[in-house]
Design a protein around this ligand. Sequence first.
Ligand code: CP
Length: 306
Amino acid sequence: MRHLMSPLDFSVEELDQLLDLANDIEKHPDKYAHACNGKKLATLFYEPSTRTRLSFEAAMMNLGGNIFGFSSAASSSAAKGESVSDTIRMISCYADICAMRHPKEGAPMVASAVSSIPVINAGDGGHQHPTQTLTDLLTIRSLKGRLNHLVIGLCGDLKFGRTVHSLVRALARYENVTFVFISPEELKIPSYIKEDVLESRHIPYREVERIEDVMPELDILYMTRVQRERFFNEEDYVRLKDFYILNNKKMKLAKEDMIVMHPLPRVNEISVEVDKDPRAAYFRQVQYGVYVRMALILTLLEVKVC
Ligand code: CP
């Protein structure tokens, strides 16, 4: 039995197979419509979510399976003090697979250690968000045609943004990917990502503050919101929240085939006027998230569709 805690749990070859499966699901959804008949997915969300929880639920429904779960710690027995370990032992009796989001780093890992069903990390604190990374990889491969030979700019809250941490780890495994980290001083990418993931493998990266300075060289601009829920004080959040606002004027500096991605939710960091630009890929990214979660459920449940 396999769990998914980090995008690196899959080898590059396994990831290719997963993304191929997601592309096949996109092309032939009917073929998969009953693949999970009689199977149940539990969504255990101790932290707010729109896309991840609902796209997991849509994914299981598209496969003919059933879903149940909770959408906040307050509506579960966690509010009475039940541990994650006890909860997952229970859920293992009810479901075939589960997706867990938790504000504490490592909580899904704790659950996986005692679970008798596959556990998927649906985001743990500021640590990792592997299914967002699978979504991002599928989006990049589908829209750019490759996962190598890319210059990717990651912009915004690179300190707390778990989607950024997971994506850097995943893309660092591909050839000739250059990272440009665009952030204010206070929200810089953590040192352990620079040292352990990039410098140890001689992968090129730069850190800049002004988005305009690097826009013309990017193949992908990955925007992120400033994560209010991870700040210790409101004053710092208010000072930094509008540091970057992508608008049509800045988009004029970009390549014609650059794509703009964002894990969403968006707050102010992308002006709505950019939504009409054909390079805005963030809503297509959401659709890819359903296909890749369908592929992931099939893979972890070892369901084969001919
Ligand atoms: N991208 C993402 O994780 O969105 P939600 O927080 O709405 O799930």
